[in-house]
Design a protein around this ligand. Structure first.
Ligand code: PMP
Length: 333
């Protein structure tokens, strides 16, 4: 019989799939462009990996005791990962989300039995109403509370150094030359990037994809709509020495590519995936067929059906005019 002892065992070991349609314009000398598809994790995102590693480390250190409560500011995906690990180990969960996060994502957290607090996005991180401040207060006030703190927890980048990075290296037979990923906490780029740099003795180029306006690409932290990536401060989980280059991508380009990935590649993924692929294709334009580029796609698209995949929402922000593609009506013709 073949089965996992629990759903937690199904985290990681995600596949690489070649991107075909969206790379067609690169012509015959195009590099191999491979997507690391993280939505096949049980919680539907790359964040299952860090949730497991952070909880294991907190159990080992005694910071998280039996029957304790996991508290975290999360845009949803880390919450889902933490909730899955919590359910299988008897912990409670309280999550704090910014108000730009989709209702579907929040409802998923609630479905796993978590308590969810929603906070304003457009306030300073130091403001007592910010989602960082509210989660700090809840962590202090909740008996048996433990804050996972993905922004500063070294087990966030470590989980990628120990799992995502080695998987990519093995899956490409060590032939990867470029790695492209978005940065939110910076855990993925820092952990995977460091592993790939070490394994390749510095040969692999690491490229960060960033929403225009975020600090990683030199912005002020001004608001943008793509979720889960970019920051208005420099998190401890982000290792500034890893990225060779940061590519800034607009919301409009990110969402247009997200829609193309669903329609042309059969990959129903989130907005940060579209953003990462736009950056990957900009890099791929200057590469040759000897290169192997891996772009990480952090989550699936189901949580964005009322936004990126909704024509009215896209039109309200002027994104359909900006190259968002045909309307659903046109697609049905
Ligand atoms: N995309 C999405 C949808 C995310 O939720 C996250 C995590 N915040 C990221 C990308 C970025 O990953 P990381 O935090 O490892 O930088």
């Amino acid at each position: 019989m073949q089965y996992a002892e629990s759903v937690v065992e199904l985290i990681g070991n995600t596949p690489l799939v070649r991107l075909n349609a969206v790379t067609a314009h690169l012509g015959p000398d195009a590099p191999l462009v491979l997507a690391k598809v993280e939505y096949v994790n049980p919680g539907g995102s790359v964040k299952d990996r860090i949730a497991l590693r952070m909880v294991e480390a907190a159990e080992a250190s005694g910071a998280l005791q039996p029957g304790g409560t996991i508290i975290e500011p999360t845009s949803g995906n880390t919450g889902i990962g933490l909730a899955i690990v919590a359910q299988t180990r008897g912990y409670k969960c309280i999550f704090v989300c910014p108000d730009k996060v989709g209702h579907e994502k929040i409802n998923v957290l609630k479905a796993y039995g978590a308590e969810v607090h929603v906070c304003p996005t457009a306030v300073d991180p130091a403001d007592p109403r910010s989602y960082y401040s509210v989660s700090d207060r809840l962590a202090r006030e909740t008996p048996g509370g433990w804050k996972a703190d993905q922004y500063a927890n070294p087990n966030n980048p470590r989980s990628h150094y120990e799992t995502t990075g080695p998987e990519i290296w093995t899956q490409t037979d060590g032939k990867i030359t470029h790695f492209v990923t978005g940065a939110g906490t910076g855990g993925t780029i820092s952990g995977v990037g460091r592993y790939l740099k070490e394994a390749s003795e510095g040969r692999v180029q690491v490229i960060g994809a960033d929403p225009e306006g975020s600090v990683y690409s030199g912005g002020t932290g001004r608001p943008y709509l793509v979720e889960g990536v970019g920051e208005d401060f420099w998190p401890e989980a982000y290792d500034k020495s890893i990225a060779d280059e940061i590519v800034a991508v607009s919301d409009g380009d990110s969402f247009a590519m997200t829609r193309r990935l669903a329609r042309e590649e059969g990959l129903l993924v989130g907005g940060s995936c579209g953003m990462a692929v736009v950056a990957a294709l900009r890099v791929a334009e200057r590469l040759t067929k000897d290169d192997v580029l891996v772009v990480l796609l952090p989550d699936g698209g189901r949580g964005y059906l009322n936004k990126i995949f909704n024509d009215e929402w896209m039109a309200d922000y002027g994104f359909l005019d900006a190259g968002g593609g045909e309307t659903v009506g046109e697609l049905l013709d």
